[in-house]
Design a binder for this molecule. Structure first.
Ligand SMILES: [Zn+2]
Length: 152
């Protein structure tokens, strides 16, 4: 019986050992996708490359001035539109990051409130002490928790 349990544990461990790089790899690839081009960034790049080609074709005499101006105007509009999209996208990303930071501040405030409620946040310096502390670890002031009548 013990042998079967041991074998099962071993099998579980081996499976985990095999799957771990796969799981980590998936997370790593999620992180990598941040660096990949978004659709609008790709569009911007394509437009800018097309613009460069038009400039080159005109310079080498492949395009006459009328075609050059027409193409350049068209591609410039596309490039500009893509550029605005890229800016809007990064704006959205920044907005998301700001919201996350706001969440962090909310969590900090909640922790301070909890400390004040339990009497472990120092009233003289604001240091958040561990649960059950009677004196501030930062400034040594007596904590409100210490004034409570000890149980028993
Ligand atoms: Zn203190």
């Amino acid at each position: 019986m013990a042998l079967i349990v041991g074998a099962a544990l071993l099998t579980g461990g081996v499976i985990l050992y095999i799957l771990l790089p796969v799981i980590q790899g998936r997370f790593a690839s999620l992180e990598r996708s941040e660096d990949e081009l978004t659709e609008s960034e790709a569009k911007k790049r394509v437009s800018l490359l097309a613009l460069r080609d038009v400039e080159y074709d005109f310079a080498t005499g492949k395009l006459d001035e009328r075609d050059y101006k027409e193409l350049k105007g068209e591609i410039s509009r596309e490039a500009l539109a893509a550029l605005r999209e890229v800016e809007a996208e990064s704006e959205r990303r920044r907005g998301g990051a700001a919201a996350e930071r706001a969440g962090g501040i909310e969590a900090d405030i909640a922790a301070v409130r909890e400390g004040l409620r339990t009497g472990t946040t120092c009233h003289s310096c604001g240091h958040m002490n561990a649960d059950g502390s009677h004196f501030c670890a930062n400034c040594g002031a007596q904590l409100p928790a210490a004034t409570e009548t000890p149980p028993g």
